[in-house]
Design a protein around this ligand. Structure first.
Ligand code: C5P
Length: 245
């Protein structure tokens, strides 16, 4: 008789995707919270939740919504036709707080957690599954990355270039980032209020290896007004190709 490996779909716990969606998105300009702005007539958050729920690996999605919009978000997500369970909690002051609040809402049987920015609404479901599979296969932490296309320089306070970084060893990091639940919870518990711009950053501080898999251009983060123009164009192309978006 073979011992269970923990890697077979049959003997794993559930996989949850946490979606921090409580940011204001000030770099996009004044208006409602970024995740509630529309893209092709549909809120950015709805695109993001649909993409996660469309991934074969995701059983459950936990959204950390802007505190004042929890009820609106509940209505927004009520009609999504998906088999994935959807849970909504109020987000916090920082991205890290929002993720921490969503972690508290996870059911006991969740063993793998993906954390995905609502601000990356067009992530292809294949990227989500690639990250999840890598965690299921045994990695404690996995991030999707893309090579850097620009030359990157370190610049001092006076605006003088200090040095040019070696681009060949640099990668741009996307989400979803995937974690064994225990590793992510420990990393958050040990963060001591120190902020990190991503969850893998907290895990790295505990000297847990963070593995990389291939990201995707369309998983870019909507931050500035021009990103909305690009996202609309991608949606038009997808819809013309018969992809629902
Ligand atoms: O601001 P930035 O684009 O880096 O935010 C990344 C993600 O974190 C966004 O999806 C945003 O909604 C979320 N966030 C959050 N709670 C905050 C700040 C940001 O859920 N307080």
């Amino acid at each position: 008789m073979t011992e269970p490996t923990g890697n077979d779909p049959g003997d794993r716990g559930r996989i949850a995707a946490i979606v921090p969606a409580a940011g204001r998105g000030e770099r996009l300009g004044p208006g409602v919270a970024k995740a509630l702005r529309t893209l092709g007539g549909v809120p950015i958050l709805v695109h993001a939740v649909r993409a996660l729920a469309a991934a074969r690996s995701v059983d459950l999605v936990v959204v950390a919504a802007p505190e004042e919009s929890v009820d609106d978000v509940r209505v927004m997500l009520a009609d999504l036709s998906t088999e994935a369970e959807i849970v909504i909690v109020a987000g916090g002051e920082t991205r890290q707080d929002s993720v921490a609040r969503a972690l508290l809402a996870l059911p006991q049987d969740v063993e793998v957690v993906l954390v995905h920015d609502a601000a990356r609404p067009l992530v292809p479901p294949d990227v989500v599954d690639r990250v999840a599979s890598s965690v299921v296969a045994g990695s404690d932490a996995v991030i999707p990355v893309l090579p850097i296309v620009d030359t990157v320089k370190e610049v001092d306070d006076e605006g003088i270039v200090v040095r040019t970084l070696d681009r060949s060893v640099l990668q741009a990091v996307q989400t979803p980032q995937g974690f064994r639940r225990s590793a992510l919870q420990l990393a958050h518990a040990r963060s001591d209020g120190e902020d990190a711009t991503d969850d893998a950053g907290l895990v790295e501080r505990m000297a847990i290896p963070v593995h990389v898999v291939a990201g995707h251009e369309e998983a870019f983060k909507i931050t500035r007004p021009m990103d909305l123009v690009l996202a609309e164009a991608i949606l038009v192309r997808r819809r013309a190709g018969g992809v629902v978006g």
